[in-house]
Design a protein around this ligand. Structure first.
Ligand SMILES: NC(=O)c1ccc[n+]([C@@H]2O[C@H](COP(=O)([O-])OP(=O)(O)OC[C@H]3O[C@@H](n4cnc5c(N)ncnc54)[C@H](O)[C@@H]3O)[C@@H](O)[C@H]2O)c1
Length: 349
């Protein structure tokens, strides 16, 4: 199967490496606005076609499927054009920037009949797959509460991530998308009823901080930052369940932290930072530590699983378990939180 990669920056490496390890895939074409970057990846992975205009890549009839690894503001446009050119699509998270765009992508999926998989990579991680078995087996009972945090004390990547026009927002759309999605997915995708959120831009990007390094985008420019540095929200679902979340690019916190917890009537799960199963038996509380190689999010294996699943879906052997409808629902939640914060009200759906 001949694959094209659109966007040859940081995350494309995880897609390329995973496609490279897939026995039925040929990395055929790479496209990036930055020709040097596209050429470097093409040389590394022996891609024979290099483009700077994604429409030219899409015009190549040999390509069956594409990975979209570009800035968030281009996802919808490129996904729709790809589907209309007859390509199957794996698009990085978030699906796009707005609900309107998300609905247009969904329409293009329906009218093209092609597969679109949203890059909710945490769904494909080993620890998530284990938890899904516990959830589906009824070990937690009804999950009525989830709580997720992804707090960076210093970690605004700058560049396009810090440019609201290109990213759609800060830590909420970049980090929140992952932790909200993983909770929502494991809760059984309940229908969202309302969201109430707050965003804060109090600390800026803190480019003044010395002696502490953090990840910076290729086009890092400390003078530019138009995104929030903290967001929090409470999300209510129609079945009565709720989800509390907070995420930051920077915060006066002692250290970076990630927690993803699910609480049900029969048991609880701590998915991050380390998998634990909590329950009660014979009037005694049990904290069980599963004996597995990776107790946390296994980045490399999760990407391999995601790419393998995408290829199997394209071949008709399975169905993607991160379809476009889920991307639309997550965009409703994310955009609802931004709207709630802006207007100072709870947004009802
Ligand atoms: N799943 C994850 O864990 C994860 C992690 C990081 C980033 N991402 C997502 O991946 C996407 C890319 O992020 P990144 O960190 O690789 O950014 P990046 O800046 O390193 O790379 C993005 C690349 O896209 C190129 N590009 C932008 N618009 C283009 C267009 N119209 N045509 C061709 N090329 C274009 C840029 O030139 C750049 O090289 C984002 O949507 C981000 O949210 C996902």
């Amino acid at each position: 199967m001949k694959i094209g990669i659109i966007g040859a920056g940081s995350i494309s490496e995880s897609h390329l490496e995973s496609y490279h390890h897939h026995p039925e895939v040929e990395i055929f074409a790479i496209c990036d606005l930055n020709k040097k970057r596209a050429n470097e990846k093409a040389n590394k992975y022996q891609a024979t076609h290099v483009y700077t205009d994604y429409l030219q890549l899409l015009a190549n009839k040999d390509i069956e499927a594409v990975s979209i690894c570009t800035w968030n503001n281009t996802h919808a446009e490129i996904a729709i054009a790809s589907l209309q050119s007859g390509k199957h699509v794996l698009v990085e998270k978030p699906l796009c920037k707005t609900v309107e765009e998300a609905l247009k992508v969904e329409e293009a999926v329906k009218s093209s009949g092609k597969i679109l998989q949203v890059g909710f990579v945490r769904r494909y991680a080993t620890n998530t797959k284990i938890v899904k078995k516990f959830v589906d087996g009824g070990d937690l009972g009804e999950i009525y509460y989830a709580k997720a945090s992804c707090l960076r004390r210093l970690g605004n990547p700058g560049g396009w991530f810090a440019d609201k026009e290109r990213s759609g927002g800060g830590p909420l759309i970049d980090l929140g998308v992952h932790v909200i999605d993983i909770c929502w997915y494991l809760m059984g995708k309940p229908k969202v009823k309302s969201v109430s959120g707050n965003t804060y831009s109090k600390l800026g990007n803190r480019s003044n901080v010395e002696n502490l390094s953090f990840y910076q985008a290729a086009d890092y420019d400390p003078s530019k930052n138009t995104v929030e540095d903290l967001a929090n929200a409470i999300i209510r679902f129609e079945n009565g369940a709720s989800l509390m979340v907070d995420v930051s690019f920077t915060l006066h916190a002692k250290e970076d932290m990630i927690t993803v917890n699910l609480y049900g009537e029969n048991g609880g799960i701590e998915l991050e930072p380390e998998l634990h199963v909590i329950t009660e038996r014979y009037n005694t509380i049990l904290n069980a530590a599963p004996q597995i190689d990776n107790k946390s999010f296994d980045f490399v294996q999760a990407f391999q699983n995601e790419i393998d699943h995408f290829i199997a879906s394209v071949k008709g052997e399975t169905q993607t378990f991160s379809p476009v409808e889920d991307g639309v629902e997550i965009m409703k939640i994310l955009c609802g939180i931004y709207e709630s914060s802006e207007k100072g009200i709870e947004v009802q759906f």
